[in-house]
Design a protein around this ligand. Structure first.
Ligand code: COA
Length: 257
């Protein structure tokens, strides 16, 4: 179905693999378009409850935007390309179902930005993260300066973005960017394990968690948003089921309604 991706769903989890291993899974326009279609499918296909994004082969998650496609772009064309990338990554970030990155090697440039747009990141021990755009006379354009700063803080973000240095999976874990570091062969099983656990929870409540965290705000606005989402849960069947099940000392059976 796709030329640059593999996508297969089993037990409610859609495993999306960017499949250009000879080019370190670099994000060319076709990959962006196909990822957009695959994420649309995650949004709209009721059989899909959650998704994992990973890269093909043992070396790379995604080594960045396809540098070859940058050659000859003018300012307007560059804006258009960044808009396409930012639009896709916004769509991933705001997906109402959990989308996690399973980073299996180099996550550089657009690859690091893509991982940061997922709801959280698991990584293999050989994973490396970096924003090396300054080596090319560039800066990140798919949301990297914003999400990286939000996730790891201003000073670490400044250093990574200005130096172009890579950090290891362990360092990324210390920075709070990666939730779990595991052996390569454990990466997809561990990602599936946490998604299976989340799939047992009330899906509408899970989607409201995503909305609230994405609407994080230091000021009253964030609390007001949470208050509305909390109250909305009270009109769901799942909330009635969850509270009744607890009081009746039985397991809840959520229907996503
Ligand atoms: N865009 C286009 N092609 C890329 C790419 C990218 N971002 N990253 C890797 N490739 C291609 C290489 O050109 C090479 O293609 P070729 O075999 O046709 O020559 C192939 O992938 C393998 O990469 P190579 O550099 O030979 O592998 P390596 O193991 O020596 O190094 C990296 C791996 C990831 C360190 C190195 O490829 C790299 O620095 N990539 C660019 C990272 C980057 O700057 N990303 C930000 C882009 S905005």
């Amino acid at each position: 179905m796709y030329k640059t991706l593999l996508a297969e769903t089993s037990d409610g989890i859609c495993l999306i693999t960017v499949n250009r291993p000879d080019k370190m899974n670099a994000l060319n326009r076709e990959v962006l378009e196909e990822l957009n279609a695959a994420i649309d499918e995650v949004y709209h296909n009721a059989a899909i409850k959650s998704a994992i994004i990973t890269g093909a082969g043992p070396k790379a998650f995604i080594a960045g935007a396809d540098i070859g496609e940058f050659v000859g772009l003018d300012v307007e064309e560059a804006k258009k390309l960044a808009k396409q990338g930012q639009g896709l990554f916004d769509k991933i970030e705001n997906c109402p179902k959990p989308v996690i990155a399973a980073v299996n090697g180099f996550a550089l440039g657009g690859g690091c930005e893509l991982a940061l747009s997922c709801h959280f990141i698991y990584a293999s021990e050989n994973a490396k993260f970096g924003q090396p755009e300054v080596n090319l006379g560039l800066i990140p354009g798919y949301g990297g300066t914003q999400r990286l700063t939000q996730v790891i803080g201003r000073n670490r973000s400044m250093e990574l973005l200005m130096s172009g240095n890579m950090i290891t999976a362990k360092e990324a874990e210390q920075y709070g960017m990666v939730n779990k570091v595991v052996a390569s062969e454990e990466l997809i099983p561990k990602a599936k394990e946490i998604l299976f656990l989340i799939q047992l929870k009330a899906p509408i409540a899970v989607s409201k968690v995503i909305e609230c965290v994405n609407n994080f705000d230091h000021n009253q606005q964030g609390y007001d948003f949470e208050l509305r989402k909390f109250a909305e849960c009270f009109q769901t069947e799942d909330m009635k089921e969850g509270t009744s099940a607890f009081l009746e000392k039985r397991k809840a059976n959520f229907k996503g309604k």
